[in-house]
Design a protein around this ligand. Structure first.
Ligand code: NAD
Length: 366
């Protein structure tokens, strides 16, 4: 019997709870289905304020470690995003390991939906990178615990335009703080990643007269959008030293890191990507020291979650847009608090969110 038991003494210690990104997560669910090839991880970070809502990302991760790390970071981010936005939601997220273009199919989506359903509403899913509204409709066939389904099926549709509106509001507030005006006319803005959110953001800021530079790994899309919005294109990833006023990361996370932070010439950072700071504490502080006005990602990219939350409450598009517009005021409050207390904007936003969670937890204990 003992010979059949794997000797684990040589394995990395504490593979899950000892992960750097592990931060008191409540539950991690590993989902595996041989028939469809589904390999997914659902991360439930915190449910004090309500059920853990957060999108599903499908991505060709280099390793399962990367996927686990991503879901841990993303689900934690959702906790603070909902808390700072005043929503009665906890934080969760899911990742599906695989290429969304070549490996996604209806059976795989349905099977994933069954795993979501098995959690009885503790986790509610939605769209993230690699997912479409149509995928949410398929998941809806097997579970009610999904948001962002199509308008034709009674949902709120793709949340990205609302996310983009919130990012636009956050960018204007950060500009007001840094430049004394929220008018973006003439400001040089680099938008990195012109997907669902990035394109709508480009539309808003172009209409306001900003000088927009776009960057993406998808060159066909770059050419198409460059024509559509009369935007300048910059290819490759050597973009951090560009002479710009505002940097809007709208692709993937951790682009503000040890290699890029000292090269950044931007005076404002405001974008949609989750987890923009590779190290929240260290890089948040460095941005503060360098006088770069960083609008915290989890605050300004909350438009999408505001919109899908509304779907649970009874959808009203105007109310969602009004709540999203309020991101402008909250962002200004965060900059004021950061200045007053001498802390990074990330820390200021985080503290407000954490206080809300702690207060609710105390109430629940009484
Ligand atoms: P998307 O997949 O539609 O777009 C991402 C774009 O980034 C694509 O065009 C892709 O080609 C590009 N890209 C990928 N890697 C890149 C790289 N290294 N350099 C330059 N470009 C690169 O995704 P989206 O829905 O637009 O979301 C963008 C970001 O915003 C993601 O980080 C997502 O998690 C975050 N976010 C999205 C929403 C939402 O409502 N969609 C809400 C909150 C946060």
């Amino acid at each position: 019997m003992t010979s059949e038991i794997l000797d684990t003494s040589e394995l990395k210690q504490d593979p899950v709870f000892g992960q750097l990104s592990f931060d008191a997560h409540e539950q991690i669910v590993f989902c595996n289905d041989e028939d469809t090839g589904l390999k997914a991880i659902i991360g439930i970070h915190n449910t004090v304020l309500g059920p853990a809502l957060g999108g599903t990302r499908m991505w060709s991760y280099k390793s399962e470690w990367d996927a686990l790390n991503d879901v841990l970071r993303l689900s934690r981010g959702m906790t603070y995003k909902s808390a700072i936005t005043g929503l009665n939601l906890g934080g969760g997220k899911a990742v599906i390991i695989g290429n969304a273009k070549t490996q996604k199919n209806d059976a795989l989506m349905r099977k994933f939906g069954e795993f979501v359903n098995s959690l009885s509403g503790k986790y509610i899913t939605a769209e993230d990178v690699g997912m479409e509204t149509r995928d949410m409709d398929i998941i809806r066939e097997v579970t009610p615990h999904v948001t962002g389904i199509s308008e034709a099926n009674g949902g709120s549709g793709n949340p990205s335009p609302v996310t983009a509106y919130g990012v636009y509001m956050g960018m204007k507030a950060a500009s007001k703080f840094k430049f004394g005006t929220d008018n973006l006319e003439g400001k040089k803005v680099l938008v990195q990643g012109v997907g669902h959110v990035g394109e709508t953001l480009v539309k808003y800021i172009t209409e306001e007269g900003a000088q927009v530079i776009i960057n993406d790994i998808n060159e066909v899309r770059l050419q198409e959008l460059s024509k559509k919005y009369n935007a300048n294109v910059v290819l490759g990833d050597d973009i951090y030293g560009l002479d710009i006023d505002i940097y809007a990361p709208c692709a993937l996370g951790a682009t503000v890191n040890d290699n890029t932070i000292n090269r950044l010439n931007a005076k404002v950072i405001a974008g949609a990507a989750n987890n923009q700071l590779a190290d929240e504490v260290k890089h948040g502080k460095l941005l503060q020291e360098r006088g770069i006005a960083y609008a915290p990602d989890f605050l300004i990219n909350a438009g999408g979650i505001i919109n899908v939350y509304a779907e649970i409450e009874g959808y009203d598009k105007e109310e969602s847009m009004r709540k999203t517009e309020n991101i402008y005021n909250t962002t200004l409050e965060i900059f004021d608090l950061s200045e007053k207390e001498g802390i990074s904007t990330h820390r200021a936003a985080f503290n407000i969110a954490q206080n809300r969670i702690d207060k609710r937890k105390k109430e629940q204990a009484n």
